[in-house]
Design a protein around this ligand. Structure first.
Ligand code: HEC
Length: 161
């Protein structure tokens, strides 16, 4: 009885592996599921996978100056002149090609100050795409009268009943 049960279990393993591989392969399509918990959290904000990845990269590489939402309120912003602008008010005037240029080569590359550093060597091409995708979200002006949402960490946690 024991060896037979072992056999049955062993037989189930390849099937499980195949199922996992299959679902991973299928997951790469248009409606790809979020890749990790961080992306999952950002998806709650209604972002696409690329925008969520861009926002996470922005949090890591840009937010010290620009603030997590790109409002120009990063911890290092007070130190800079010109200060990083609030994307929601300024970025609409910067064409997408220039945004990409700034991400890759810094603001100096578009004839502005050298304060925004180049990131073209640190980021892969797809990562630059993701950051540029998120910049388009950050460029949207806040709806008139809309209240600024509280930062995520301050929101009361939803409890399941
Ligand atoms: C060391 C601080 C710092 C970091 C880090 C930084 N920036 Fe900047 N950024 C600035 C400053 C300062 C400006 C304004 C420069 C100017 O006007 O000459 C700026 C301007 C910009 C602009 C133009 C905004 C507009 O509306 O005109 C974009 C886009 C931008 N940064 C994107 C990024 C991205 C994306 C990253 C990360 C990959 C990043 N920055 C990292 C300081 C920073």
């Amino acid at each position: 009885m024991r060896p037979r049960r072992l056999c049955r279990t062993a037989g189930a393993i390849p099937a499980t592996v195949a199922a996992v591989l299959l679902s991973a392969a299928c997951g790469r399509g248009a409606g790809a599921p979020p890749r990790d918990a961080l992306q999952e959290a950002f998806r709650e904000d209604g972002l696409s996978a690329a925008e969520a990845e861009g926002k996470a990269l922005f949090a890591a590489r840009c937010a010290t100056c620009h603030g997590g939402e790109g409002h120009g309120d990063g911890q290092n912003a007070y130190n800079l002149s010109p200060a990083p602008p609030d994307f929601a008010q300024s970025l609409a005037k910067v064409p997408p090609a220039d945004r990409r240029r700034i991400v890759e080569a810094g603001t100096a590359a578009v004839g502005r100050s050298p304060l925004c550093p180049p990131n073209g060597r640190a980021l892969r091409a797809e990562e630059v795409d993701a950051v540029v995708a998120w910049l388009a979200v950050a460029a949207r002006p806040a709806a008139p009268g809309a209240e600024e949402p509280a930062p995520r960490s301050w929101r009361p946690r939803r409890r399941s009943p």
